[in-house]
Design a protein around this ligand. Structure first.
Ligand code: DC
Length: 220
């Protein structure tokens, strides 16, 4: 079974996808981590994230591997586990820019499809239902208001000890939404056959329950 879970940044996709994977006994695939890994490489090489040509040129130097150990996704970049180094606001911005480049998306396409061919997955991303897995049995487009998403992300960052303000997190979310939804290649928009799940007023459990209902309706 393939479940595509798309939606904007900070809608809680990863939390919900993890819970769904556990409940259903399938693998959780975080595709944003792949774009973040490319962003990390670009940043570490000192390449300007707006410099498309240099980003495209450096792809040939990248050997990226994604595997699952005890259900946990491990990404290696030229043989080194990237771990949490991709989980910063700075790398999120690099990821947002590089993910708008068609060559970057093409570079990561087969890695994503192969995992879904070989396993039952719940795959979280932006274009899973539209581009990566157009035949997924279940497609959910999960969203929440920009303010609700910014508040959740802000609390997460504060808990991690990052120095930020709610306003700066909201501005980042708005900027990333704009980049992600207006880019020419694979914009973050719902597939025609996706079911909307707006969780502005739902907690995690409520969102997971609603997602399970959607899945049960689709696969019965
Ligand atoms: O989900 P995330 O915040 O880890 O994603 C990081 C960036 O990567 C985000 O700005 C959008 C982009 N992305 C994408 O374009 N397509 C995906 N399938 C997943 C993420």
């Amino acid at each position: 079974m393939n479940i595509a879970l798309d939606g904007p940044s900070g809608a809680g996709k990863s939390t919900v996808a993890k819970a769904l994977a556990k409940r259903l006994g399938i693998i959780y695939v975080d595709t944003g981590a792949l774009y973040r890994t490319i962003g990390l490489y670009v940043r570490n090489k000192g390449i300007d994230k707006e410099d498309e040509k240099s980003v495209i040129d450096c792809l040939s130097e990248i050997n990226l591997n994604m595997e699952f150990i005890n259900g946990e996704q491990i990404i290696t970049l030229n043989g080194v586990n990237v771990g949490d180094t991709i989980r910063t606001g700075e790398i999120a911005m690099y990821a947002s820019r590089v993910s708008a480049i068609p060559e970057v998306r093409a570079f990561l396409l087969e890695t994503q499809r192969k995992i879904a061919r070989e396993n039952s997955v719940v795959m979280d991303g932006r274009d899973i239902g539209t581009v990566i897995l157009p035949n997924a049995e279940v497609k959910i487009f999960m969203t929440a208001s920009a303010e609700a998403r910014a508040m959740r992300r802000y609390k997460e960052l504060v808990a991690k000890g990052e120095d930020c303000t709610f306003e700066s997190v909201l501005a980042d979310i708005n900027l990333r939404d704009k980049n992600d939804s207006t880019r020419k290649t694979a914009p973050a928009i719902p597939a025609e056959d996706a079911v909307f799940l707006d969780n502005s007023d739902l907690d995690i459990e409520g969102t997971v329950e609603r997602a399970i209902e959607i899945i049960n309706e689709k696969v019965k």
